[in-house]
Design a protein around this ligand. Structure first.
Ligand SMILES: C[S@@+](CC[C@H](N)C(=O)[O-])C[C@H]1O[C@@H](n2cnc3c(N)ncnc32)[C@H](O)[C@@H]1O
Length: 286
């Protein structure tokens, strides 16, 4: 994103549209992490659940199934294109109704009874004032309610990002160094700072636990390493954090980046799939 772009502009623009087109791919890539998030959230039948930065809806749909028809789910996001995809997805029979809302979770006064649970899969790292935003989420929860979310550990602990990034950087001599402090995927890499932030926002019991999983970035139906590396390169270049480096790239540079990333991912292809490790924090705050 550019210096002057708001998060709403960013997630409603080209990036939001690319993510919206790739809902199935993203959900498949993140599946092992989603499983860890839902298990930790410990949703019970009848619970009210808030999904923060719900994107194209995977976790809200899973929450709706877990809490059943007696529960309720409010799924909030800034991005119209992602919510359009989410709204079009069928809600399983017997699941809670889902209220998909365009809202800034940082400031939204959520209507209705307080939630038993708030969850987020990578949707809480983009607030302009994180302390105010987490305090707002605490206010939306019942006194014994709990927020459970996934965020990324440091970039260096995420080879699924560093391997493609190292391949792209030589093509971008003017790339500015990453900003790990401001809104962005890696801003909560420091677990102690994150614990302090959540305590300052009014959360009592906070746990921050590492979750490390291999992500399948690309798969080839014919089992070929080359095709798997090319599929994985498309994911890295179009959707992963590396896509931020290439947001203004013209087609020739984008093609060169895809080729370089595919080459770098080839040694990681095995059995027709490219697998690389992803390091997250699984955070639970009551
Ligand atoms: C990395 S994406 C994750 C989307 C989704 N949770 C998933 O895992 O596919 C981050 C999401 O957070 C949303 N987002 C960012 N800031 C937000 C805010 N202040 N309020 C609500 N949603 C926000 C973005 O629009 C985007 O959909």
């Amino acid at each position: 994103m550019t210096a002057t772009m708001t998060q709403a502009e960013y997630w409603n623009g080209a990036v939001g549209q690319r993510w919206a087109r790739s809902q199935g791919v993203l959900d498949a890539v993140f599946a092992p992490l989603t499983e860890a998030l839902l298990a930790a959230a410990d949703l019970r039948p009848g619970d009210g659940v808030l999904d923060v930065g719900c994107g194209s809806g995977a976790t809200a749909l899973m929450a709706a199934e877990a809490v059943g028809a007696a529960g309720r789910v409010v799924a909030a996001d800034l991005s119209e294109p992602l919510l359009a995809v989410a709204r079009a997805r069928p809600v399983p029979a017997g699941a809670a109704p889902i209220d998909w809302i365009v809202a800034d979770a940082e400031t939204q006064a959520f209507a209705g009874p307080p939630f038993a649970r708030a969850i987020s899969r990578f949707g809480v790292m983009f607030f302009s004032d994180s302390r105010a935003a987490f305090a707002n989420l605490r206010r939306a929860l019942a006194p014994h309610g709990r927020l459970t979310f996934l965020c990324w550990q440091a970039m260096a602990d995420n080879p699924w990002v560093t391997v493609p990034r190292a391949a792209v950087l030589p093509l971008l001599p003017d790339a500015s160094p990453p900003d790990f402090a401001g809104p962005g995927p890696f801003r909560f890499a420091d677990a102690d700072a994150l614990r302090r932030l959540l305590a300052e926002a009014g959360f009592g019991a906070v746990s921050v636990a590492p979750v490390v999983r291999d992500l399948v970035l690309g798969r080839a139906a014919d089992g070929s390493a080359r095709a798997a590396a090319e599929a994985a390169a498309a994911v890295a270049v179009e959707l992963g954090p590396v896509s931020r480096l290439l947001r203004d790239a013209e087609p020739p540079l984008r093609r060169a980046a895809l080729a370089a990333v595919a080459e770098a991912l080839l040694p990681h292809a095995d059995d027709g799939a490219v697998r690389l490790a992803a390091g997250c924090w699984l955070v639970s705050a009551g």
